[in-house]
Design a protein around this ligand. Structure first.
Ligand code: NCD
Length: 339
């Protein structure tokens, strides 16, 4: 990590180019899923996550991060990502500095992201920082002025790489494969960051995947993301929410997302977008007996809670996979877990 020595005082607002993993996570930032270059990098993480699952089930205390410190900086609300990273670091034996809300920090006095990153590093001697922030390039900016790895726990509308990892781990766990799948992503595909990272990572993780994107016309997946999928030879179709009843018949993974109210400036536009958007018994009535419904959560109105008991509902199990995969990631970046 010596080459990162100077970066601590890099000029304000420098953007770090994410480094490809090239077979090793050790000491690296996790900024975007584009850093994955080989399928076996993902498989390695999944095997490690399986081991973490067994450790947790046996109530074992692990020492992968013993003597290390993990700081969690969340500039946006979170339940799952925050608690799973917190529990993951603790379960690996790290000292954990949790900042779930930046409001009472010097951010309120106007401190820049860069200075806050430097402050956390200096005051806590942290070995790794987990960052959630509303700006798309926040993780790159943080990485540019940080000597220690930055993990992107959600950046603006752009990326949520650790969610994509846990989502693919869930598909593998639930369906036993990541190939030969018909995936329908539905909801706010314009503002949502999970669907963008997931679609990109699936291109690396699987083959013979057909993508269906259903959303209100104003919340379509940006064209460049569709272009990436098509250019890699994947079949892609787009449609309106109303087409779900038909599209769900062929779907293996229905990935439901929340309309991201926080990015709307106008209440009426939000109401308009969510109108008639509900996954319910009727939807599942047309679905295959062996398919799964996922959601990064939180859900608001887009899922009728009456379907929660259906065995195809995977979103509760999906949350637990966040713990196992984040333990695996932390151990691979920072702990003694090598290839
Ligand atoms: C998502 C996020 O923050 O992007 N939540 C999560 O991390 N599981 C999805 C959302 O907020 O809708």
């Amino acid at each position: 990590m010596a080459e990162r020595e100077q970066t601590l005082y890099a000029p304000q607002e420098t953007i770090a180019q994410p480094e490809a993993f090239n077979g090793s996570f050790r000491g690296k930032d996790i900024i975007s899923v584009e850093q994955f270059t080989r399928k076996d990098e993902l498989e390695h993480l999944f095997r490690l996550a399986d081991r973490m699952r067994r450790s947790v089930e046996r109530h074992e205390t692990r020492e992968d991060m013993r003597g290390q410190t993990a700081a969690l900086l969340f500039y946006q609300p979170s339940t799952r990502t925050f608690t799973s990273f917190f529990a993951a670091a603790q379960r690996l034996g790290a000292l954990t500095i949790p900042i779930p809300d930046m409001k009472p920090t010097s951010v309120a006095k106007g401190e820049s992201l860069e200075d806050t990153i430097r402050a956390i590093y200096q005051t806590t001697a942290a070995d790794i920082i987990v960052l959630r922030h509303p700006e798309d390039d926040s993780s790159q900016r943080a990485a540019a002025c940080s000597k220690i790895p930055i993990i992107n726990a959600g950046s603006g509308k752009a990326a949520h790489p650790t969610q994509a990892i846990l989502d693919i781990y869930t598909i593998r766990q639930e369906l036993g494969r990541v190939d030969n799948l018909n995936i329908t992503m539905i909801g706010d595909l314009a503002n949502g960051r999970t669907v963008k990272s997931l679609a990109k990572l699936l291109v690396l993780a699987g083959k013979d995947i057909r993508f269906n994107f259903l959303s209100p016309a104003s919340l379509r997946m940006p064209a460049e993301h569709l272009e990436i999928l098509r250019s890699k030879g994947f079949e892609v179709s787009e449609g309106e929410l109303g087409e779900l009843q038909n599209v769900v018949r062929e779907t293996d993974v229905l990935y439901v997302t929340r309309v991201q109210k926080e990015w709307f400036t106008n209440e009426e536009a939000y109401r308009q977008a969510v109108r008639g958007y509900e996954v319910n018994r009727e939807t599942l009535g047309s679905a295959k007996p062996k398919m799964i419904v996922m959601h990064p959560l939180p859900r608001v109105e887009e899922i009728d809670k009456k379907i929660d008991n259906d065995p195809r509902i995977a979103y509760f199990r999906q949350m637990r996979n966040g713990l196992y995969t984040r333990m695996a990631l932390l151990a691979a970046i920072q702990g003694g877990q090598r290839w």
